[in-house]
Design a protein around this ligand. Sequence first.
Ligand code: AMP
Length: 216
Amino acid sequence: MILALFGPPGSGKGTQAKQLIETLGIPQLSTGDMLREAIKQDLPLGIKAKEFMNKGQLVPDALMIELIKERMQEKDCEKGFLLDGFPRTVAQAEALDEMLSGQGLKLDHVVSFQVKERELVDRLAGRIVCSSCGASYHVKTKPPKAEGICDICGGTVIKRDDDKADVVQARLDTFMEATAPVEEYYHKKGRLKKIDALGNESEVLGRILGIINIEA
Ligand code: AMP
């Protein structure tokens, strides 16, 4: 199965992606995680991407398309994969369709996470993440059991640079301008599945599994 999670920053894509890959047995291709890893390793891609990310802007399409194209060729993607954070522009969506159809494949479902902007700002303002495994927490609603330490892997829990207040609004504005049209692109193709992304993690997971016809 090839699945894409679509939604604004803070809508819970990353959290649901982690649950879904367990259930479906396919890898998570998170372009945000790939870029953060490239930054950590001081790779040329990371150095270029950081400039855009820290301003809440999108990394140029050509870089992102190349990144995902290479990742899709890896062996663990043979049985399908879950895209998290890609595509984020209509150009990326078109390139993805082309890459997949070139291999005789297609995107099965695009799950669009629906959350009100006010809720997103609250979530992003309080979000903290594990710098090792990427697990997501919230200072008020879901703090780690021991302050600053990831419950899952024991890594250090930090605030992402781009979750700081001045960048959050820019990221939401970028979503509205460049990314929201991607929803229309998939709607027209009849592949868009909208879900209400408010509620606890297992409720939202149940809705996603229901809409893609998988029994929990
Ligand atoms: P995320 O972790 O998905 O919120 O991504 C963090 C940041 O990485 C975004 O705000 C963008 O700057 C960049 N990024 C991630 N995925 C993409 C993409 N598909 N296209 C362009 N920029 C991206």
